[in-house]
Design a protein around this ligand. Structure first.
Ligand SMILES: Nc1ncnc2c1ncn2[C@@H]1O[C@H](COP(=O)(O)OP(=O)(O)O)[C@@H](O)[C@H]1O
Ligand SMILES: O=C(O)C1=C[C@@H](OP(=O)(O)O)[C@@H](O)[C@H](O)C1
Ligand SMILES: [Mg+2]
Length: 178
């Protein structure tokens, strides 16, 4: 028997503020899947906040924890997994992410900034010029997001509900059944 269907595991990638956590939750509800967020899972298993981990272990320590969590969560199915914006920067993670259907939520830097500037929980942005940092990260990471994605959804100012609708339509158009 031929089996071309990917396993029902949806993975959201994209920059900080693209809406991965917000849209992931809604999409999971809509599909009747369980929602996971890799940052929330890191906090749960380590019993520490993302900020604390960055402070004590640096970004390197955080990335090691993130890789372990991504390997574990991508072995599940019938889940929607929202990743952190930097998950794609570690080559080893690509193998784990490719276990699922990868959806890139693409957002312009201005939108990323609007949605993250009041939040203190993103250590990489607690600096004098977070917008410049978002720009630098986007330049480096956008090609990687694009290369990994099965589907790209441009967020613009669409509501989360509309984003979920667009994702489901694009999955249908690409003949991907989940
Ligand atoms: N499509 C959207 N429209 C308006 N606000 C949004 C949208 N998506 C996310 N947000 C808001 O932007 C902020 C960051 O969203 P979040 O889901 O945490 O992004 P990410 O996980 O990609 O970093 C949150 O306050 C969220 O409510
Ligand atoms: O882009 C990044 O490197 C990061 C993004 C964050 O997740 P969100 O993309 O959900 O904000 C979180 O994993 C951490 O602060 C690092
Ligand atoms: Mg998030």
């Amino acid at each position: 028997m031929e089996c071309n269907q990917p396993k029902p595991l949806i993975i959201l990638i994209g920059p900080m503020g693209a809406g991965k956590t917000t849209i992931g939750k809604l999409l999971a509800q809509q599909l009747g899947f369980t929602f996971y967020d890799s940052d929330q899972e890191i906090e749960r298993v380590s019993g520490a906040s993302i900020s604390w981990i960055f402070e004590k272990e640096g970004e390197v320590g955080f990335r090691q924890r993130e890789t372990r969590v991504l390997d574990k969560l991508t072995q599940l199915d019938h889940i929607v997994l929202a990743t952190g914006g930097g998950a794609v920067t570690i080559a080893e993670n690509h193998h784990f992410l490719k276990r699922g259907i990868i959806i890139y939520l693409r957002a312009e830097v201005d939108i990323q900034y609007e949605r993250t500037c009041r939040d203190r929980n993103r250590p990489l942005l607690q600096i004098d010029n977070p917008k410049q940092k978002l720009t630098e990260l986007f330049c480096k990471r956008d090609p990687i997001y694009q290369q990994l994605a099965n589907i790209t959804i441009v967020t613009g100012h669409s509501s989360p509900k509309k984003m979920v609708h667009d994702i489901l339509l694009q999955l249908q158009d690409a003949n991907i059944t989940v």
